[in-house]
Design a protein around this ligand. Structure first.
Ligand SMILES: Cc1cc2nc3c(=O)[nH]c(=O)nc-3n(C[C@H](O)[C@H](O)[C@H](O)COP(=O)(O)O)c2cc1C
Length: 241
């Protein structure tokens, strides 16, 4: 899955989604630094699509026993790919086979944050997988602070799902994210204009973030603080005073 990660620097790269369990995705993200960009990439796995995969459709993709006569066949197929028997133990196993940093994706509560840190993860991605897995999951921006608070700064916390503008990036950074990932906007940009479309989308996000920073009096990312945003819980708390 192509990800753009925006934090101080614009970041673009691919993360390898290893396995999904309990709505949590394990992602390994090696990274290399360039002057203005940080790319996350997968040199060891050399991931590429099989040549016969036709991106415009599912033609060429082996969907196993998917019932093509059932309009919900794809949803059923995807559900069947989620391994419900997996548990947190898989992190220990992964750590035994790689020295690459392991991040868990799909964390939205303090409780799961605590368990993830006990398992020794290198970072956390607050995500609801773009709201595509389970209806009624909360917006990740509303879960971010709980997770950040629980980490006590010991591991970086990233956020994805619903980042659409530079102001969304600004809000996430203000609430303690080390960076954000971007999914569909970059896929759409890729579909519209290929590499140039993705560059353009990232440039727009960067410009919007810089404008939001300027209008908030922030000369650098370090100047973005919790005081720059007001949340629903702030309003509830202040109404009780
Ligand atoms: C076509 C597509 C396939 C995806 N597949 C997975 C997946 O297999 N596992 C997962 O954890 N997230 C998956 N995601 C979610 C993304 O990794 C990411 O969390 C999400 O797209 C971020 O939200 P956004 O699209 O609103 O930026 C998928 C997203 C899309 C659009």
């Amino acid at each position: 899955m192509l990800h753009g990660l925006v934090a101080g620097k614009l970041m673009l790269g691919t993360g390898l989604h290893l396995v999904t369990f309990c709505n949590v995705m394990l992602t390994i993200l090696p990274k290399i630094q360039y002057p203005n960009y940080t790319f996350f990439y997968m040199p060891h796995f050399r991931f590429s699509l099989p040549p016969d995969v036709v991106l415009k459709s599912f033609e060429g993709i082996d969907l196993g026993n998917m019932d093509k006569t059932n309009p919900s066949g794809l949803a059923a197929y995807v559900a069947s790919q989620v391994e419900s028997a997996l548990s947190w133990k898989i992190i220990k196993w992964l750590q035994s086979i790689t020295r690459l940093p392991i991040l868990v994706k799909g964390i939205i509560t303090a409780e799961d944050t605590r368990i993830a840190m006990e398992c020794g993860v290198s970072g956390i991605i607050v995500s609801n997988h773009g709201g595509r897995q389970l209806d009624y999951v909360p917006a990740t921006i509303s879960c971010l602070e709980e997770v950040v608070r629980e980490t006590k700064g010991r591991v970086p916390v990233f956020l994805d799902s619903g980042i659409r503008r530079g102001t969304d990036v600004f809000k996430a950074l203000a609430l303690g994210a080390s960076g954000v990932f971007i999914g569909r906007p970059l896929l759409y940009a890729l579909a519209v204009d290929g590499e140039a479309g993705v560059s353009n989308a990232l440039r727009m996000l960067r410009d919007e973030l810089e404008i939001a920073m300027a209008l908030n009096g922030c000369a650098s990312l370090k100047d973005i603080t919790r005081n720059h945003v007001s949340t629903e819980s702030d309003r509830v708390l202040s109404s009780r005073l």
